[in-house]
Every structure is written in C-alpha cells, then in structure tokens.
Design a protein around this ligand. Structure first.
Ligand SMILES: [Zn+2]
Length: 320
C-alpha cells in the first residue's frame, strides 16, 4: 500500500521548496524597498497556503480511493452504508429506529448531508423505519423502491417522506445497474421484471444486489427466503462472493445450501439484535454458513462491521 502521508508531505515539501528558492534568488538580486519586501512576503504566505491546499487535496484524493461497505449496528434490522472511492454514498435500508442517525454520524463526514442513493430492500419495519429520519436530515438524490407493498402506517409514512424529498425514484428489477463512475457498480439481480409482489408477503420481494469493485463482490439480499434464492442463481449471481450478508438476519429459512454452494462467501455477515424475539441467527443457518465461509461476523458481537477495499485487498474493521 502506498504511503499516503509520506507522499502528501513530499508534495508539500517540493512545492514549498520551489517557492522558497525562487524567493531567495530574487532576494539576492534586489536590495529592494520595504514595500517590495512586503509584497514578496504576501506572495510567500499565499504560496504557503496554496501548497497546503494542494497537498491536502492530493492527500484526500489518495486516501479515498477505496470502497467502504459498513454493516451498521442498528439492532434487529438491516442498514448498510456504501461509500465509494469518489465520495458517493448509498444507504441500503435504515434499520428499526432512529439509531441510524448516530451510526451514520460515526461513518460519514460531519459536513456531508447528502446521500446519493437510498434503497429500501422491502417494506418491513426493521428495514424502513430508520429511512424516515434519514430523509428528514439528509438530501437524498435517488431512491430505489421495492415492489413490496404493506398496509402498515410506517410504510405510508415512509412514502409521504419519499414524495416530499423530490428525489428521482425507481422500482428496482433484475438487470438494473447503478454506476458510480469510479469503478464501483451496484447490480440488481432480483426480482425479475415480471415479478408481482403479493401484499404483505414482503420478504419474497427483497431487492437483491451485488456491489462490485475490482475483484471484490458483496451480495446483499435483504430478507430473501431460501425459496427465492434459486432465482439469484438463474439471475446471474456471481460465483465466489467476497462478502455475503446472510439473508433475513441469519434465519433458518434463508442462506440455503444451494445458494452457499454456489457463492462460497469468504465472509458472511449477520445483521441482528442481541436476544431478539425471532431467535436470529438460527443455529442451523450458522452451521451452513460455517461450512462455506472462512469467517462469520455478527453485529451482535462486533458492532458495526466495515469492509474497506481497493478492489484487490480487503480490510475489516469492527466496532467491538
Ligand atoms: Zn428484516
């Protein structure tokens, strides 16, 4: 990995040295008037700040040439923040409450009040409640909607907020691609365009995407059950996934043997809350994940789990 701090310092040092050298050589030639010296001093100070600015810009460009995918510790639910090398952001689900705002504050710059893309995988409360405060606090440019429909008050509230946001909205279907134009693409692989969602049968409609950057691929399937996972394979899911978010918080009825044999995830991530009433993650699901994954990480034990990659190497950071 390049030494970013060293390179930045070198840039600053070179830039400043050239300016200083120029000033000193000028000084030798001119035994000038005081006014002229003041002028030189102003130029020198300006040059100093220009060099600092240039060095900081180069530094920030170099250190952000990475994709960061964070599985936020929001308790029993899902919220995944994707930050791309060019500084774009995508939020997939918002978790079951307002805690999302504090979690985002820890991952994003204080001055960043923009989310480029928001996606609801489906309309269940543990995925959409947190999207409401996010819409209130952030400027969301594009919203990816699922085909899932619910007759809950929270779903109605969310739709009112989405309408008020005046963002571009789009109902996701397999084949859609979100291109961040910095090497990161998000590919929708489920549901098919002819899929018709049944009312309140929301898990089946979970938008499933792959986030791809270089050699690294993340598979995020919301609460998709095993019965639909076969369609991920026919939908063209990548073999040998780097990071798989275990479907439906590690439920017994997701992460089927059939899917795992195909995707063989290096890491499996479980997003769930401690002592939740659903018994997630399920023991049988964990056994299946252990059989195919090199490592299983759970937000219950590790807090927020972040994967940081340049497209070749993967680093993992956890909150606990
Ligand atoms: Zn859920």
């Amino acid at each position: 990995m390049p030494d970013f701090a060293g390179m930045t310092y070198l840039t600053f040092e070179t830039c400043y040295y050239l300016g200083m050298k120029e000033w000193l050589s000028e000084k030798k030639k001119i035994v000038g008037e005081i006014n002229s010296e003041y002028g030189k001093l102003i130029i020198l100070v300006s040059l100093f700040f220009i060099c600092v600015g240039l060095a900081l810009t180069i530094f920030s460009l170099m250190v952000t040439q990475k994709l960061e995918v964070s599985f936020l510790d929001v308790g029993q639910g899902d919220a995944i923040l994707i930050q791309t090398p060019s500084g774009k952001s995508m939020l997939i689900d918002g978790g079951p409450n307002n805690n999302i705002l504090a979690k985002l504050a820890r991952e994003m710059s204080y001055f960043n009040r923009k989310i480029d893309v928001m996606e609801e995988t489906h309309s269940d409360a543990d995925h959409i409640i947190g999207l409401i405060p996010v819409l209130e606090k952030f400027n969301v440019k594009e919203i990816i909607l699922s085909k899932a429909v619910s007759d809950t008050k929270i779903f109605d509230d969310l739709n009112i907020h989405i309408k008020n946001e005046n963002a571009n909205t789009h109902v996701a279907v397999a084949g859609d691609i979100i291109d961040f134009h910095d090497g990161v693409i998000v590919k929708v692989i489920y549901p098919a365009s002819n899929y018709i969602a049944k009312k309140n049968d929301t898990n089946d409609a979970s938008i499933s995407v792959e986030v791809i950057y270089g050699n690294e691929t993340f598979l995020l399937t919301g609460d998709l059950p095993s019965t639909e996972e076969l369609k991920l394979i026919s939908g063209g899911v990548t073999k040998n996934i780097t990071v798989y978010k275990a479907g439906h918080h590690g439920s017994k009825y997701s992460s089927s043997e059939l899917l795992l044999t195909y995707i063989k995830p290096e890491y499996s991530v479980i997003s769930a809350g401690k002592d939740n009433r659903y018994g997630h993650p399920n023991v049988e699901a964990i056994e299946r994940l252990q059989k195919y994954s090199k490592e299983i990480l759970s937000t219950i034990d590790r807090g927020t789990i972040s994967f940081i990659t340049d497209g070749r190497m993967m680093e993992v950071e956890t909150g606990k």
